[in-house]
Design a protein around this ligand. Structure first.
Ligand SMILES: NC(=O)c1ccc[n+]([C@@H]2O[C@H](COP(=O)([O-])OP(=O)(O)OC[C@H]3O[C@@H](n4cnc5c(N)ncnc54)[C@H](OP(=O)(O)O)[C@@H]3O)[C@@H](O)[C@H]2O)c1
Length: 237
């Protein structure tokens, strides 16, 4: 039985992916801060899910929480990091920006580093993280969110380069969704993928050990066009 952890499985994309992994026969460690939501998910398939409740921004605790969960699972083949936060912030409230960085930058780094060190030591494994199409350019609506996603994309590229040089079968997948119909995307109305559809595509990308994938595929074109847009035009959007 393969073992996986989904960090941020209490709702949204992470929850749907955890369900797919369990259906495919994985034993899945599910994490988040909202323990009741995790326990509800566990109750749907008690033999398949193990719950661990922790805040990724509490970085001192992250390694111990993950190690404890892996001990309970009896090993680890795949870790998917879905935890993330981001709010529209028109007044540039610094509390919102700092909280976004605490989860999407500091918490992300703590989980990523733990996973890569674990997989390096056992000489195989797969780390996948949900970044975003938002990583491609800045945003006046949520500056920290887009900047933190750019950090994640860049960090994963560094980890992929590192894995290549270490010549171990440790795979890194960067999953870049456009809009997915979850609490986080509330208010967006176009090109919204249902969370279960997004999760199915993400599972396929993980199975195929893809390096970078856009969810859904049409967002690859959007990202391409966004990259091409010169700064003097982009700032007018
Ligand atoms: N929905 C979209 O349109 C979209 C687009 C691009 C990228 N994404 C990315 O997809 C990922 C999942 O988001 P979602 O759309 O599925 O939204 P969601 O339903 O709000 O899920 C967010 C998940 O992150 C967890 N989380 C948030 N803060 C946390 C913290 N401090 N510690 C631990 N876990 C934390 C939440 O669990 P708890 O609240 O229980 O802690 C929840 O499980 C995020 O990284 C997001 O940036 C989403």
């Amino acid at each position: 039985m393969k073992k996986a952890i989904v960090v941020g499985a209490s709702s949204g994309i992470g929850k749907e992916l955890a369900i797919i992994l369990a259906d495919k026969g994985y034993k899945v460690g599910i994490t988040g801060r909202r323990d009741q939501l995790l326990l509800n998910l566990q109750a749907t398939k008690p033999g398949s899910f193990l719950v661990s409740c922790f805040d990724v921004a509490d970085v001192k605790n992250v390694p111990a929480c993950l190690q404890h969960l892996v001990d309970d699972l009896g090993g680890l083949d795949l870790l998917v990091l879905s935890s993330g936060t981001g709010k529209i912030n028109p007044t540039l409230d610094t509390k919102i920006e700092q909280q976004t960085n605490a989860v999407n930058v500091t918490g992300f780094t703590a989980v990523a580093d733990w996973a890569i060190n674990y997989f390096d030591a056992q000489e195989y494994g797969h780390f996948a993280a949900i970044t975003s199409v938002a990583a491609i350019r800045g945003s006046r609506f949520a500056p920290a969110y887009n900047a933190s996603k750019a950090y994640q994309v860049n960090y994963l590229e560094g980890l992929r380069q590192r894995a290549f040089h270490l010549k171990k079968p440790v795979y890194i997948t960067d999953i870049r969704p456009g809009f997915v119909d979850t609490d986080m995307a509330a208010g967006n109305v176009f090109w919204m993928a249902p969370a279960d559809k997004a999760a199915r595509q993400i599972f396929g990308a993980i199975e195929n050990k893809r390096s970078v994938v856009y969810i859904t595929n049409r967002w690859r074109l959007v990202a391409f066009l966004f990259r091409l847009l010169p700064g003097f035009l982009f700032k007018r959007l």
